[in-house]
Design a protein around this ligand. Structure first.
Ligand SMILES: [Zn+2]
Length: 305
């Protein structure tokens, strides 16, 4: 580039535990990045913390667009967010408020979509054209990129992989349905299932402890991961036969379990994906620590092209 000012967009990633912001160039290079723990407070208190973070990241820069990825649910049409884990924000006009800070085009997307888009842009899915991204943590979310483009759906909520029903006689899900992928594969549900079978009964433990025990060979912990993996694989294969996928990228806190999750997911996908066009489906771990942020930035670049 001949001048010394690199053109950038501002990416913002809003989650229940942290908020991150970055200036990102057109080739996906992060120029500056910062993050904060999501504060607890009323709508304006939470936004004030975000505003401070944005001010710090911006410095003297003038981004050409802003992309926001947020935990859902959200209303992309009206620029409103109501993240389940940010109690202070209900139908919060995030697009309007951010635009008051940075007067450029502002786009808003679901965090799972941004995760998929980020991994597609510069991460584990960069060789793929059609990709399913899955975030496995306290819930199970996701996003789809089809033929190189994010698939949003009519309300912007496509790829809710966690709520694909995989068990017709399954447990009740937080969404109101039953037998969803999430009822087997989320961290808390895997822990609860293992505890019901006698694993660390009565202890206050999380999926990281379950993963460590599984890695050490604990049969109840391994069984909980296998059940979660089978449900994930069923959701993955249902999606793969529907949209004709090549690649699945899995990230999120529970994916840090590594082979105790990925080995059974791959084995179950191989078992369930029998049609020839999905037989070579690959499932790989996410490569980026900040895929959601990069996906939000990618969305911003797309909005002005
Ligand atoms: Zn559900």
């Amino acid at each position: 580039m001949s001048d010394d000012t690199v053109s950038t967009v501002l990416g913002i990633d809003i989650g229940g535990t942290k908020m991150a912001a970055a200036l990102v160039s057109a080739d996906g290079t992060i120029v500056v990045e910062d993050r904060i723990a999501t504060p607890v407070g009323d709508a304006d208190q939470v936004f004030a913390a975000l505003g401070e973070l944005v001010g710090r990241v911006l410095g003297n820069a003038s981004p050409v667009a802003v992309g926001i990825g947020s935990a859902g649910p959200l209303d992309a049409t009206h620029g409103l967010v109501s993240p389940v884990n940010i109690a202070g924000w209900r139908s919060f006009p995030i697009v309007e408020r951010v635009r008051a800070l940075v007067d450029v085009p502002v786009t808003l997307g679901v965090d799972g979509h941004c995760f998929a888009l980020g991994e597609f842009w510069t991460g584990a899915g960069r060789e793929a054209q059609t990709l399913l991204g899955i975030v496995v943590s306290t819930g199970v979310g996701g996003g789809l990129v089809v033929d190189g483009q994010p698939l949003l759906g009519q309300s912007g909520n496509a790829a809710h992989i966690g709520h694909v029903v995989v068990d017709l006689n399954g447990e009740t899900c937080a969404c109101g349905s039953y037998g969803c992928v999430e009822t087997y594969a989320s961290g808390p549900r895997m822990v609860a299932r293992a505890q019901r079978r006698g694993w660390r009964t009565g202890e206050s433990v999380d999926a990281a402890v379950l993963a460590a025990d599984a890695a050490a060979g604990d049969e109840l912990a391994l069984a909980a991961f296998d059940d979660g993996a089978q449900a994930l694989a069923a959701g993955i294969v249902a999606t793969a036969v529907t949209v004709d996928l090549t690649t699945v990228v899995i990230g999120g806190g529970v994916s840090k379990a590594g082979s105790v999750l990925f080995d059974p997911v791959q084995a179950w996908v191989k078992r369930l994906a029998q049609l020839p066009f999905v037989a070579d489906l690959t499932v790989v771990p996410a490569q980026l620590a900040n895929a959601g942020l990069l996906g939000a930035a990618h969305q911003a670049w797309s909005s002005i092209r």
